[in-house]
Write a protein that binds this ligand. Structure first.
Ligand code: NAD
Length: 458
């Protein structure tokens, strides 16, 4: 694991341990000057209209999409996910960019409200300098989710990507910087020390995606200056399978959403509650589905899930499975030890809420199944968590929808995953988040609202 005492931040392939490349570590004492440059650039960037900014950024979408193969390979070598997913992350981001910048520009355009004798204009002004601090699990998409709305809204941005995936984040920023004026988007590299220095610097907004623990530290550090926060944090998402559900669909979803990206997804299914009457049939189907998740190097053909990002993350998952089996859980699929940073997709039966694996975020490829006697028990257990990002319910339509409305998660899928229609925000509840992004409501979180009222013309 690189430290900030060396001049270079080395990035290693989690599948092979090979060095992929290096970037210079940004000395923490230099960060205030970088933020000052961003503040200077704010004057002209912030005075453009949102549509002008959208038009400036637009060509970067084509550049990202055109280079998706090359960028995707870098992403896979640096982070480990299968090549098709790495390329898909880059291509999807690039192809969607043009529509996205227009959506953001529309969301932050002035809005007129009228009363009997008053006309009010709501302006969505830039907030100022934004610190974007991001994780490694979607190492191009996560920076993009924080950087793009911030820029179109008129802020300037200092991005600090994860120390595990600096190369792909730098490549993303380089493409945007082919079209952006100087100082509008800058990157600092490093780990905690650089993150802390950036939060402490003269920034107005901190847009953070990462763990709850670091989110709490950032909130504390930001309190003095009342800096605005967007905190997208971890979770422990439930899946409920009701009697009468389409069990093939439920099992396909359960396997995919527990194992994809090696379980390293904030909205992974981390807990599965199944009504006893259908549990055996569901289990058979889940085990059958799990066989398709071949583990390997993301660059190899046939790999469905790659390695864990690092040894610590692997050890955490293995320790949770060991704790669960010590307390009575049964491994009904997978679980065999593997070399390096690889881990077998694993299905656990008979888990309980006394086990750490049902309480603390796992971030690994483990499907944890628990039988429940009825809907009441399913809802009670699903809500028995400090987190509240996503969730899913499979069952007869009306019943499943009613259960979805009783969950304390912020985003719930009914007989499908939680991804919403275009315009939906990405939002957490409870300890999973604070403020949010995406969709018109989310884009406005990157703005300062100002309200100007005047007498209404006769
Ligand atoms: P992390 O919290 O360890 O690190 C995230 C970023 O914060 C990194 O860039 C890191 O260098 C930086 N950082 C660390 N200490 C800091 C400090 N004191 N001040 C400022 N910055 C600091 O998270 P991770 O391991 O990179 O990512 C995994 C976590 O991210 C999981 O908990 C996952 O659920 C969460 N996540 C959430 C979402 C969401 O949309 N809610 C999306 C993706 C990932």
């Amino acid at each position: 694991m690189p430290t900030t005492t060396t001049a270079a931040l080395d990035s290693f392939n989690p599948a092979t341990g090979e060095l992929v490349g290096s970037v210079p570590i940004t000395p923490a004492p230099e960060i205030p000057a970088i933020v000052a440059r961003a503040r200077k650039a704010l004057q002209s960037w912030g005075s453009l209209t949102a549509q002008e900014r959208a038009d400036i950024i637009r060509p970067a979408g084509k550049a990202l999409a055109d280079r998706a193969e090359e960028l995707g390979e870098l992403l896979t070598r640096e982070m480990g996910k299968p090549l098709a997913e790495g390329v898909g992350e880059c291509r999807g981001t690039g192809e969607g960019l043009s529509e996205e910048v227009d959506e953001i520009a529309r969301a932050v355009a002035p809005e007129i409200l009228e009363g009997e004798a008053v006309k009010t204009t709501l302006y969505h002004d830039p907030l100022g300098v934004c610190a974007a601090i991001t994780p490694w699990n979607f190492p191009l998409a996560m920076p993009h989710w924080m950087v793009l709305p911030s820029l179109v809204a008129g802020n300037t941005v200092v991005l600090k990507p994860s120390e595990q995936t600096p190369l792909i984040a730098q490549a993303y920023a380089d493409i945007l910087n082919e079209v952006l004026p100087e100082g509008v988007l800058q990157v600092v590299h490093g780990a905690d020390d650089q993150g802390k220095a950036l939060v402490a610097a003269d920034v107005d907004l901190i847009a953070f995606t990462g763990s709850k623990e670091v989110g709490q530290k950032i909130m504390q550090a930001a309190a003095g200056g009342l800096k605005r926060l967007i905190l997208e944090l971890g979770s422990k998402d439930p899946l409920i399978v009701l009697e009468g559900a389409d069990l093939d669909a439920a099992a396909t979803f359960a396997a995919r959403n527990s194992f994809r990206n090696c379980g390293q997804v904030c909205v992974s299914t981390e807990r599965i509650y199944v009504q006893e009457s259908v549990k055996d049939a569901f289990m058979d189907k889940l085990i059958e589905q799990s066989k398709a998740y071949t583990v390997g190097n993301g660059l190899d053909e046939g790999t469905v899930i790659g390695p864990m990002i690092d040894e610590n993350q692997k050890n955490h998952v293995v320790a949770q499975v060991q704790d669960a089996t010590r307390k009575g859980a049964r491994i009904v699929f997978g679980g065999e030890p593997r070399d390096g940073q690889f881990i077998s997709p694993t299905v656990l039966d008979d888990v309980t809420h006394e086990m750490d694996i049902m309480k603390t975020e796992t971030f690994g490829p483990v499907a944890c199944v628990m039988g429940v006697k009825d809907i009441e028990q399913a809802v009670e257990l699903a809500n028995d968590t400090e987190y509240g990002l996503g969730g899913a319910v499979f069952g007869p339509e009306d019943q499943a929808r009613a259960v979805a409305r009783r969950l304390t998660s912020a985003m719930v899928g009914v007989n499908r995953g939680l991804g919403g229609a275009p315009g939906s925000p990405w939002v957490g509840a409870k300890q999973s988040g604070y403020s949010y992004h995406s969709g018109p409501m989310g884009h406005r979180q990157f703005c300062q609202v100002r309200v100007v009222s005047e007498p209404k013309a006769e």
